[in-house]
Design a protein around this ligand. Structure first.
Ligand code: BES
Ligand code: ZN
Length: 903
């Protein structure tokens, strides 16, 4: 960094804004060379501010070219204002006045994709968190809320569609050009502003709200994508209905628009009345989109829609409160997806994400509480912690309160704070006020970082007929926080008798038990779950009338985001896998068993011994597969669950479980276990594959998604052995598949196969696939990604070749991620090659991207920041490359913060 180091912003220094902006009128005149933005603001001193200031300091960007500044229609003289880079100071302003500024900007040169930019031929905006200041001078902070009126003026032929927030109230034409004026009746912070200009098609629909109002729904895309929006429209209507039913929240404007754009840093954005989506999160068509892709569309459409209340009507006071809207909204979209599909499978995937992404973050150099207390660049805090752990924290409140009380709490929260910019404290307070439950200790989840560890021991006293669980909790130190206080958390548990049934539970000390209405836990028939209130570092829970030694089912439904240590025997895990009345815990038992077995194989490999895979794991997989055969036509059999149980834990998750992660041994061990399952269960795997191979017309119903996932898990196993005879079967699936889920599973299995027979087939499949899909950007992203994530040797060379491909570009985040994320996040063995080439490559990419798109550059660099997890040689190499990044000139704040904090 040349001009001094960037400053950290601290929560404790928060002050209310010294000025308010009651209304904002924007005139955006779009041209190919420059776009002129004329902004008229009604400004007044904030009566709540005690700051003794008469200067108004506005946020902007170095790229803003000033054309005019007037106060109450009088042009300011050069001594009446000062400009320093991205700040504009107006000296000695009146108490209340009209400010008009005029700037020129060049959206076509904006590669950072923040503010107004071009995605292909269309103009669009991304203003969260601080993009609005790239468009015009403003008080760009979420507690400055204003009423917007926006006029867009552009060439009629190139940009027939002109959109902004709210309702269109006027339009007109002037020769080659036309204009539209939009007015948003709701006050909003600048980060929710949006504008789009382009040659777009749209699909329209209507939703009638619970009070009987008709809302016009529109999804806009470029012409070639308009055939892929039907599923998003369906998801939108489902989401609108769900929010009415689950949270009593009705939509408020007469129109709701979604625009799909190809170049977008994130997944999607909840701008008031005008959501802007990455094409990857809105487009879906059977032949181009996998089942996972469909699920992503449903959850992102839901998520952004739900922000209309949790984020827009009630917004954040400052960016430290980000989890107020994001954590809560992630919980809401998870609940929505759970009601639309299989709740248990949804929970499994959510927990897998938490463990795979958030736990490592909480254990690394960027660890922060869900409400951080300091940041340099807010873009770096859209993290798994703020999002996924934030969702778990609100979910725990729901579990502690029970669903009905929780709903009373959210009703009070929305009601009390409608139209306000608030804090997480105000959210918790509303929960307390509505229910009289004391959440004082619970608040530590907002301020303490790190993943708590629960150690549980059990003791059965046959004479007394009691069963005691002794629970200790601790939390490892994180940057800036060496000592932690105990958390208040809900520990959902059940006890299984020897026949596998849940025992009815009575606690000796009743007070610790909560109502067994467990929101997040999803109990099945016959279960007797209780929720224990954990509050102390060490606690005992004594159950009475226990006549036989039970097997405990702990942390049912993952009732708290913690690591659980309990010394299960492998036999107990197998028992839980087949009997636990909690579906999530059946899966978790399978995961624990697999982890245990893989860890043992890691040790064997490290000691130079031949891997011996515990036959019990094979047996467990076999009994799942046998079930799938025996109950093939039984509609109550959840094939998705069976598929989930057969998938081994990811290498990234396994790495987390070791103090020093031996990447090569972990990879070899996981492969050895996969090979053992594949060879020993080849017969039943093939039977399951064949029973579930089907060519009825494509359908995204839960049962069809489940069928395909089970079939494709079987296919992946069948293709594992180097001498597999299944290559023709895989090729046949590739050639005859009627949906992208099946195409993609087949080509992935071919590409990942080490079989000499697959060599030719994979080249051919890759060529065919490319030729067939070259005009579908999202499919070509998959083509790049499946090659870059292939764990076979030589990946880095393949990745470098892919980056020379004519279809590769660093300017489109989806394309960039399809190669870089696939390699650095999903291809552990190759990225961590001992010679450090993978690290060097990622560092080079980050340095190149730093000046193009800092937000994405900082995000892709995170695998390097985990250097403490690896052996000394790798540590040294990783740090060298981090240092090399840090020494780069003109380093962005985004990249600087991540690198400097991790060194
Ligand atoms: N508000 C965010 C989008 C955003 C994130 C804007 C970071 C600016 C910076 C949006 O609501 C969001 O969270 N989107 C997620 C997807 C969602 C389903 C979790 C995303 O973009 O990944
Ligand atoms: Zn969000």
């Amino acid at each position: 960094m040349k001009e001094g180091q960037p400053q950290a912003i601290e929560l404790k220094n928060y002050q209310v804004p010294p000025y308010l902006i009651d209304s904002t009128e924007l005139h955006v005149e779009i041209n190919e060379d420059v776009t002129r933005v004329t902004t008229t603001l009604q400004v007044r001193k904030n009566p709540d501010s005690t700051a003794m200031v008469t200067d108004l300091v506005l946020n902007g960007a170095v790229e803003l070219v000033n054309k005019s500044i007037t106060i109450n229609d009088r042009e300011l003289l050069s001594n009446e204002f000062g400009r320093d880079q991205d700040l504009l100071t107006l000296y000695a302003v009146p108490e209340s006045f009209t400010l008009r500024t005029q700037v020129d900007i060049k959206p076509q040169d904006n590669t950072a994709l923040e503010g107004l930019y071009k995605s292909g031929d269309m103009f669009c905006t991304q203003c969260e968190a601080e993009g609005f200041r790239n468009i015009t001078w403003f008080l760009d902070r979420p507690d400055v809320m204003s009423k917007y009126r926006t006029t867009i003026n552009a060439d009629k032929r190139r940009y027939p569609i002109l959109l902004s927030n709210g309702n269109d109230i006027a339009r007109g034409e002037e020769g080659e050009r036309h204009w539209v004026t939009w007015e948003d009746p709701f006050m909003k912070p600048a980060y929710l502003f949006a504008l789009v200009a382009g040659d777009l098609q749209h699909v329209d629909d209507t939703f009638v709200t619970m009070s009987g109002r008709a809302v016009k729904l529109q999804i806009f895309t470029e012409a070639h994508n308009i055939d892929k929006v039907d599923y998003a429209m369906l998801a939108l209507k489902n989401a609108m209905r769900w929010d009415e039913q689950a949270y009593g929240r009705e939509y408020d404007l007469d129109i709701f628009m979604i625009v799909a754009v190809e170049s977008f840093n994130m997944g999607a954005m909840e701008n008031k009345g005008l959501n802007i989506f990455n094409t990857s999160c809105v487009l879906a068509r059977p032949d181009t989109t996998t089942d996972q892709g469909y699920q992503r569309v449903e959850s992102v459409v839901g998520h952004e829609y739900f922000h209309n209340w949790s984020g827009n009507r009630v917004t954040c006071r400052d960016w430290f409160q980000l989890s107020l809207k994001e954590g809560f909204t992630v919980l809401r979209d998870q609940q929505f997806s759970a009601t639309m599909g299989s709740p248990t499978v949804c929970r499994i995937n959510d927990v897998a994400t938490l463990r795979g992404a958030q736990f490592p973050e909480d254990a690394g150099p960027m660890a922060h509480p869900i409400r951080p207390d300091t940041y340099i660049e807010i873009n770096n805090f859209y993290t798994a912690t703020v999002y996924e752990k934030g969702a778990e924290v609100v979910g725990m409140i729901q579990t502690l309160l029970g669903p009905d009380q929780f709903r009373r709490g959210t009703d009070l929260y929305f009601d009390r704070h409608d139209g306000q910019a608030v804090t997480t404290e105000e959210f918790v307070k509303a929960m307390e006020d509505a229910t009289q439950v004391d959440l004082t200790q619970f608040r530590r989840w907002y301020s303490q970082a790190g993943t708590p560890v629960l150690k549980i021991q059990s003791h059965f006293d046959s004479a007394e007929q009691t069963y005691t669980l002794s629970v200790t909790q601790s939390c490892p130190p994180t940057p800036g926080q060496t000592q932690k206080l105990p958390f208040h958390l809900p520990l959902a548990i059940g006890l299984l008798d020897q026949a596998g049934a849940d025992m009815p539970l009575t606690l000796m000390d009743n007070e610790a038990v909560q109502t067994p209405q467990v929101a997040n836990v999803q109990d099945e028939a016959g279960s007797h779950t209780v929720v224990l209130n954990l509050t102390e570092a060490r606690q005992h829970f004594v159950f009475t009338n226990i006549s036989e030694k039970p097997v405990p089912s702990l942390l049912r439904g993952f009732s708290a985001p913690v690591k659980l240590n309990y010394d299960y025997s492998r036999d107990e895990l197998m028992f839980l896998m087949s009997h636990d009345s909690n579906g999530f815990n059946r899966w978790d038992a399978a995961q624990r068993l697999a982890v245990d077995v893989i860890q043992e194989v890691v040790e064997q490999i490290q000691q130079g011994r031949t891997p011996q895979v515990d036959p019990r794991l094979i047996k467990a997989c076999e009994s799942n597969l046998d079930q799938a055969v025996a109950r093939h036509t039984d509609l109550t059999l959840d094939k998705a669950m069976i598929a989930e149980m057969l998938v081994l834990p990811a290498e990234t998750y396994l790495a987390e479980l070791f103090t020093v992660a031996d990447v090569d041994a972990i990879h070899a061990a996981r492969e050895a276990v996969r090979l053992a399952i594949a060879t020993q269960l080849a017969g039943v795997l093939l039977a399951v594959y064949k029973l579930n191979q089907d060519d009825r017309p494509f359908d995204v119903s839960a049962s069809e998604v489940a069928r395909r996932s089970l079939k494709n898990v079987a296919l992946a196993y069948l293709m594992v052995p180097e001498n597999t005879e299944m290559v023709p079967l895989c090729v046949a699936q590739f050639e005859s598949a009627n949906c992208m889920t099946d195409t993609s599973a087949a080509i992935r299995a071919l590409v990942n196969s080490a079989s000499p027979l697959a060599l030719q087939a994979k080249e051919k499949a890759l060529t065919t696939f490319y030729g067939r899909w070259q005009d579908e950007a999202l499919v070509i992203d998959q083509w790049f990604s499946l090659q870059a994530s292939c764990p076979l040797p030589g990946a880095l060379d393949r990745v470098k070749a892919l980056m020379q491909h004519s279809a590769f570009t660093m300017l489109n985040p989806n394309r960039l991620r399809s190669v870089i994320v696939a390699f650095a996040f999903q291809n552990n063995v190759n990225f961590h090659a001992k010679n450090g080439e993978g690290y060097g490559f990622l560092a080079d990419t980050v340095i190149a991207l730093n000046s193009i798109n800092p937000l994405v550059a900082a995000r892709i660099l995170s695998p390097l920041t985990r250097w403490r997890k690896y052996d000394e040689q790798r540590q040294t190499l990783m740090r060298q490359h981090l240092q090399r990044i840090l020494d780069t000139e003109n380093l962005s704040k985004d990249v600087f913060e991540v690198v400097s904090k991790s060194l």
